[in-house]
Design a protein around this ligand. Sequence first.
Ligand SMILES: *Cc1c(COP(=O)(O)O)cnc(C)c1O
Length: 235
Amino acid sequence: MIAENVQNIRQRIVAACRRAGRSHEDVRLIAVTKTFRTAVIKEAVRAGVSDFGENYVQELCRKHDELGDADIRWHFIGHLQSNKLRYIAGWIHLIHSVDSVKLGRQISAWGERSGTPMEVLVEVNTSGETTKFGVPPASAPALVKDLLALPFVKVTGFMTIGPMLPDPEQSRPAFRILRELQSGLRQEGIMLPRLSMGMTGDFEVAIEEGATMVRIGTGIFGKREKRIDHRQESA
Ligand SMILES: *Cc1c(COP(=O)(O)O)cnc(C)c1O
């Protein structure tokens, strides 16, 4: 079941890349496993998936404890509180959700401790919805430049969450904003190769607009039945 879904998503990624005149090797599939058990993650690993995204530090750490990071690159895609950084700093592959220089400074401090820069993306709020995290598009270039000044942070791109409306075409303007931010900075000589955008409902449009990482949950694992109560997440 999961293997079939992975294959289906991969085929759709390839088709979207072909339409956009891109190589499918330039788009990485990140399986989003929030609320799903580790058995499910193992099944996806067997189906050839190597990148997994989680939104909550405690849940991520529990799964990392069990599965390690030999076969898995772990991505943090949720809102990150700086006091939780310590739990993931040694092994997290990529933090998609940096939205302040304050958080960036703390990430740099943890990077320094482990002796390697930590790779991050700047999360952009492309919908203007106040319930969403991320910086407004107009503030994103300045944040990138602030992060570039930090010695143990390596900023390599942008992340956004589309508006999640019924028609995927409605996400296109949001994804285009990221592409325009990327090309604007390129003109200043700042290369940011990664664009993390597109979920189950809109990843093909995201690929057409230049996504290099798509974050797919439902399309691989099915509906998330129950919400984990994260108010208990204190540490
Ligand atoms: C849950 C989540 C996803 C995956 O969403 P699906 O619609 O299930 O594919 C992607 N990105 C983020 C930030 C998420 O929280």
